[in-house]
Design a protein around this ligand. Structure first.
Ligand code: ADP
Ligand code: MG
Length: 689
């Protein structure tokens, strides 16, 4: 393209803009109404206006407000009147606003008593002297798109580039099924693209800035529609691979009933039906089981394991941490005792000799359930006959690790679990190829956990509350902040806290310590003592975040809670409230910034994991929330799965309908080709079509 040399091409590419089509959907993140262009002499205080003028003077102000680093410039135009522009901390502008420079200013006009005239504070401005965009009408006198800059490519340059592209290429063809355009009253693609960049004068600025103009809606819908079609096609294709068809006989059912320690909730029954149906089918299951902390996912996993084991297969359970793996191991040992199944634990901290021994047992098929951490993924771990792979806290594992585990069997069924539940449509989108089951009901008799926020200076009151709970026979966790990167530092903090609590605050109580640097047997010992009630207060790092299950523990005290993420705090809180007694979560904070305050407020307000995940997504943004490990998360161009959740919903329904009942074979074929040509590169929909 003219105007794009190697340097600019590189800057564009760094933003993912490689071909002209990428630029067409490079959406402005904001619009400004600069249609009100006025001569300075006609400006009135209070109005938003655009002025085209020239810099007359520019200097740091040393008058009155010198300490604020105020920078002042005056501007004049053909009307000969003068307007003052003011910037706090604007000294950097000395190099930019040189007298004589032609400029467009946009902002709110005020009467300024110091200047005895009109002024504008922190105006948006653009230099009009650029050699390549002499056409001012692109940048002023209209609703103007504001693009995120790419390297040195400013919004202004983007405007110029897009204008030239739109002038010079023929209208792009509209690939959307025509019945959808009619039904949803969507503008055609070319109109939408043109209005995205250069909205008509009559456009509603508020709609534009909330991404709901007809053009934006159409393009967001389109992006979601093709993405969802791609995912549907991919899912449909995965479903026809050969897999294990487990038999769900009466014998299997009676084994499940025999194992169950209590009556499953309605939600547990429903998700088990969904899982069992997948397991019976002669194709691999690929299912996400999501449910809030404590909703009873492990029990459902155990039921699924029985189906596999009774059919003569082994089950692998992959957990992100040693503590969680150990917990699962104990859990399965307990519930499978009656059934005479053999569970086995395999983690990185077994000695080489032990590991070799354990691996032999697994390979010989002598262990029914193999629970482990990443050690389970090592290449020399071989199963005799792996039928079901269960992956807990799946967000901690990448897709490759899932793949590695699957390859240890011949198309085994896969069940991944997460305690960060999100709305179904979102889950189906973000977790791409997975089907989704959700436990949306808590086991009966749970009392909602009471959550309180306490400032550090009142910690003594918290300690005396803790003491009362212990005297009443309960137990407590005290979690100390973790600097994610360093388990060593976390350990030191926890050790110090342990010393303080055990020697000074609670010398008469039994205070235990748990952190990631303990050996597995030390960890196990600490957990067991806590389980048996021999330890009354367990001081810990976040290693206890997931999986720990001690119903008699009723207090979760989190120090420096401002340093934890929302999901993490909710997970930690989920360690209590598991028994019949009222439980408490106490969030102690030292220094609160506004976002941290919002997190704490959210937790105090709600116990609902769905609500908390939603808030977390909003506070952190979807990219941060799902993290880079979640390679399923597509890099969307214009759509935003949080902001545009409503459009996503519509698009998903339409896509599902389109793929399962296409208007014609011909239209479906066209869609598949289009997705393959245009969307595969972006979203990695590799197996489509
Ligand atoms: P999750 O893994 O979803 O966080 P768990 O499976 O650890 O939850 O279950 C949390 C607690 O609830 C455990 O103590 C478990 O024994 C108990 N539980 C699970 N299902 C039921 C049920 N249907 N009725 C009563 N208690 C249950
Ligand atoms: Mg669990």
């Amino acid at each position: 393209m003219k105007g794009v040399g190697p340097a600019r091409a590189a800057m564009l590419e760094a933003k993912g803009l490689r071909v002209v089509e990428d630029l067409l959907t490079y959406a402005p993140f904001r619009y400004e109404d600069r249609s009100n262009v006025k001569p300075i002499s006609e400006l009135a205080p209070g109005e938003m206006a655009t002025v085209l003028g020239e810099v007359r003077t520019a200097r740091a102000s040393n008058f009155h407000r010198a300490n604020l680093g105020m920078f002042e410039a005056t501007f004049t135009d053909s009307s000969r009147a003068v307007l003052t522009g003011k910037w706090f901390h604007g000294s950097y502008l000395a190099d930019v606003l040189k007298p004589g420079l032609k400029i467009a200013l946009y902002g709110k006009i005020e009467f300024d008593s110091y200047a005895h005239g009109l002024a504008v504070m922190h105006p948006e401005f653009e230099i009009l002297a650029g050699e390549e965009d002499g056409d001012h009408s692109l940048h002023t006198g209209r609703i103007v798109p504001i693009y995120e800059a790419a390297g040195k490519i400013s919004a202004r340059v983007f405007r110029g580039l897009l204008h030239r592209i739109l002038e010079s290429i023929p209208p792009v063809e509209d690939p959307m099924p025509s019945h959808l355009l009619r039904q949803l009253k969507l503008p055609d693609r070319w109109t939408a693209i043109r209005n995205l960049h250069f909205p008509e004068a009559s456009s509603d600025l508020r709609l534009l800035n909330s991404f709901r103009s007809a053009a934006q809606f159409r393009l967001i819908f389109e992006e979601f529609f093709w993405l969802e079609c791609g995912l549907e096609l991919k899912r449909a294709k995965a479903r026809v691979y050969p897999g294990i068809a487990f038999q769900l006989t009466d014998r299997v059912r009676s084994k499940i009933v025999e194992m169950l320690p209590f009556k499953p909730t309605g939600a547990q029954k429903r998700v088990l039906r969904e899982i069992a149906k997948d397991m019976e089918a002669p194709h691999p299951m690929y299912r996400l089981l999501q449910g809030d902390v404590g909703s009873g996912k492990t029990l459902v996993a155990a039921e699924a394991a029985i189906i596999a084991i009774e059919n003569g297969y082994q089950v692998a359970v992959l957990a992100p941490t040693e503590i969680l793996a150990t917990q699962h191991y104990f859990y399965f040992k307990k519930v499978f005792k009656k059934l005479n199944y053999v569970p086995l634990l395999l983690t990185g901290s077994h000695s080489q000799r032990e590991k070799a021994q354990l691996k032999k047992v697994v390979a010989a098929g002598l262990a029914h359930v193999v629970v482990g951490t990443h050690a389970l993924l090592e290449s020399d771990v071989e199963f005799h006959k792996l039928g079901l792979a269960i992956i807990d806290e799946q967000h901690r594992f990448g897709v490759e690790q899932r793949q590695k585990l699957m390859l240890k069997g011949t198309h085994p069924d896969v069940l991944v679990m997460t305690a960060t539940p999100i709305p179904r449509t979102l889950a189906l989108t973000v977790y791409g190829d997975l089907d989704v089951s959700t436990i949306d009901e808590m086991p009966p008799g749970r009392k909602p956990i009471v959550t309180r926020h306490v400032e550090q200076i009142r910690i003594e009151q918290v300690y005396s509350f803790l003491k009362k709970q212990i005297e009443a026979g309960r137990q407590a966790y005290v979690v100390y902040p973790v600097i994610e990167e360093s388990e060593t530092q976390a350990m030191k903090a926890a050790q110090k806290m342990h010393q303080h609590l055990s020697q000074i605050v609670f010398p008469e109580l039994s205070v235990g310590l748990l952190h990631g640097k303990l050996t597995p047997s030390e960890k196990e010992a600490a957990m067991e003592k806590f389980q048996r009630g021999e330890i009354q207060i367990l001081v810990s790092t976040t290693v206890i975040e997931v999986g720990v299950d001690v119903p008699n523990a009723t207090v979760m005290l989190i120090e420096q809670a401002e340093r934890f993420g929302l999901a993490q705090l909710h997970q930690l809180r989920g360690r209590v409230g598991r028994g019949a007694d009222q439980s408490y979560c106490i969030l102690v904070t030292e220094k609160l910034n506004p976002v941290a305050r919002e997190r704490i407020r959210t937790l105090v307000e709600s116990n609902d994991g769905f609500y908390i995940a939603d808030m977390d997504m909003k506070l952190r943004g979807p990219g941060e929330f799902f993290g880079t490990r979640q390679s399923g998360l597509p890099a969307l161009q214009i759509g935003n799965i949080v902001r545009d959740a409503d459009i996503l919903e519509v698009a998903r329904n339409e896509a599902a309908a389109f793929v399962s009942h296409p208007p014609s074979e011909e239209e479906l074929r066209r869609a598949v080709t289009y997705i393959r040509d245009h969307w595969q590169r972006r979203y990695g929909l590799v197996q489509v079509g």
